[in-house]
Write a protein that binds this ligand. Structure first.
Ligand code: F6P
Length: 549
């Protein structure tokens, strides 16, 4: 399918809205949020949007109505509506890999259909979901037994990147809803410590390994999977045990069979699901085992709610579009290098780590769709920690440092674990941080507090630090799905403005290839001939000497 309509748009700096925004920025950069709020008493009620059960307050951003108008115009000139429609139609918008991008099909209800290249992908998705549900029920109920007849009580997901970060984040996020009789572990690093610590207290007779890898060739995952097979067979002593203790999630049936896992015990997905967009495909098998098929379906429904909101809501009320445009505004006009994402919800402790792959693998790109070098900044660095812990660590720099760091603060109206007044204390911090970051404390205010004159400059807080506040009712599978899809589509929106391929990841290849070349040089019994640069040669020699010593 043709993507020429989307690759031939003018370079970003040539688009009229960009030029208008550059001029507009010169006015806005000197405006303070204090003034913007003083001029418009309804600002806090006006600059908000709601969708898929999430509420976004974007009023504490360094914007006016004119900024929003120009950013919307930029979205139009960048072809956001066409590119969104092309994604939902299954066009090959991942141009450098010539693939469709259809994670949105993973959460379409069974009653819908989406025909791509003559195949109804929604029907295929639901076939796999049904197999996953049947398998999960058998494991959870104890009907599926290990080689010695005992029920499975521990599940170890072996995967890395998109085959790990989504599953581990979802497990932690939905731990409240999980089967507490079962233990879930997530093994990703090729560092043997990760393997040993993940398995040390598990009973091989009651452990199930899910080998999750889209390609089934990833060095870390395959190395861990082989060690897991050795670990299980050392205890169970029979090759036949593999069938009871290993299942695979992959698009590569051939490699799965080669590894020794029967394709009966394989859950497939498709090349149109990118690794970092796969936690709601069969890659979510560990999530389904933890929370059960019904709740997994609620998670999918949450994703779908946000997909529909993204597809249908007008830009000025569209959460992912607004957040995506604001991210571009700060990256490219204010020169912001990073975005902080702070969930005020302990269960979301792995959400920032998950977002790092989603945002940075997607939008860390240096050329446009048609291969021209970009002359503007693309994807920002995402990072974060759960509130309130971050406040006692790095928030000082956000409040008074010299860099501008836009922050997303995420909170829920109800906690899953009510205890005295903890939740009001937690949420008071969400609102207080957004207020302090926006309005700060002026010199006059500091003096009024009777501060010693020499200390006054130290205590002044400039404010004018932008935040988005995202609120939801309670952390449920459904609200989690909506929250993840919010960021997925915000990332997409940013990628469309920057006219980059948000769905490839060529930048990770070189390091992998070089490691393959270095492995035999580290393992060789005899002194290998080295032909790297002088630093790499010397490091390899030093490592060889040190490990012998
Ligand atoms: O190294 C990057 C990457 O290709 C990611 O995009 C992907 O999520 C991860 O590796 C794991 O890949 P696989 O699922 O094929 O093992």
């Amino acid at each position: 399918m043709s993507t020429s309509a989307t690759t031939s748009i003018p370079m970003l700096r040539e688009r009229p809205a960009w030029k208008a925004l550059s001029k507009h920025y010169e006015e806005i950069r000197t405006r303070h949020l204090r003034e913007l709020f003083a001029e418009d008493h309804a600002r806090g009620e006006r600059l908000v949007a709601e969708g898929a059960g999430l509420f976004l307050d974007y009023s504490k951003n360094r914007i006016t109505d004119e900024t929003v108008k120009l950013l919307r115009q930029l979205a139009d000139e960048s072809g956001l509506a066409d590119r969104t429609a092309a994604m939902f139609r299954g066009e090959r918008i991942n141009v450098s890999e010539n693939r469709s991008v259809l994670h949105i099909a993973l959460r379409m209800p069974k009653s819908e259909s989406l025909i791509v290249d003559g195949v109804d992908v929604v029907a295929e998705v639901h076939e796999v979901l049904e197999r996953m549900a049947e398998f999960s029920e058998r494991v959870r109920s104890g009907a599926w037994t290990g080689h010695t007849g005992k029920p499975i009580r521990s599940v170890v997901n072996i995967g890395i990147g998109g085959s790990d970060l989504g599953p581990v984040m979802a497990y932690e996020a939905l731990r409240h809803y999980s089967n507490r009789e079962m233990t879930f572990r997530f093994l990703s690093n090729v560092d043997s410590t990760d393997f040993v610590e993940a398995t040390r207290d598990l009973d091989p007779e009651q452990t199930l390994f899910i080998v999750s890898s889209k390609t089934f060739t990833t060095l870390e995952t395959m190395t861990n999977a082989r060690s897991a097979r050795d670990w299980a067979l050392a205890a169970l002593g029979d090759e036949a045990a593999v069938a009871k203790h290993f299942v695979a999630v992959s698009t590569n049936a051939e490699k799965v069979t080669e590894f020794g896992i029967d394709t009966e015990n394989m859950f497939g997905f498709w090349e149109w699901v990118g690794g970092r967009y796969s936690m709601d495909s069969a890659i979510g098998l560990s999530t389904m085992l933890a929370i059960g098929p019904e709740r997994f379906r609620e998670l999918l429904a949450g994703f779908h709610d946000m997909d529909e909101h993204f597809r249908g809501a007008p830009p000025e009320r569209n959460l992912p579009v607004l957040m995506g445009l604001l991210a571009v505004w700060y990256s490219d006009f204010f020169g912001a290098q990073t975005v902080g994402v702070m969930p005020y919800e302990q269960y979301l402790k792995r959400f920032p780590a998950y977002l790092q792959q989603l945002t940075m693998e997607s939008n860390g790109k240096h050329v446009t769709l048609d291969g021209r070098p970009v002359d503007y900044d693309t994807g920002a660095i995402y990072w974060g920690e759960p509130g309130t812990n971050g406040q006692h660590s790095f928030y000082q720099l956000i409040h008074q440092g010299t860099r501008l760091i836009p922050v997303d603060l995420i909170g829920f109206a109800k906690t899953l674990n009510p205890l005295r007044d903890h939740h009001d204390l937690l949420m008071s911090n969400v609102f207080a941080q957004a207020e302090a970051l926006a309005f700060g404390r002026t010199e006059a205010e500091v003096r009024e507090e009777g501060t010693d004159e020499a200390i006054v400059p130290h205590r002044v807080m400039e404010g004018n630090r932008p935040t988005n506040v995202i609120l939801a009712g309670q952390l449920t599978p459904r609200s989690l799905g909506a929250l993840i899809a919010l960021y997925e589509h915000s990332v997409f929106t940013q990628g469309v403005i920057w006219n980059i391929d948000s769905f490839d990841q060529w930048g990770v290849e070189l390091g992998k290839a070089l490691a393959q070349r270095i492995i035999p040089e580290l393992e060789s019994e005899s002194e290998p001939e080295l032909s790297h640069d002088s630093s790499t040669n010397a490091l390899i020699r030093r490592y060889r000497t040190m490990k012998r010593g």
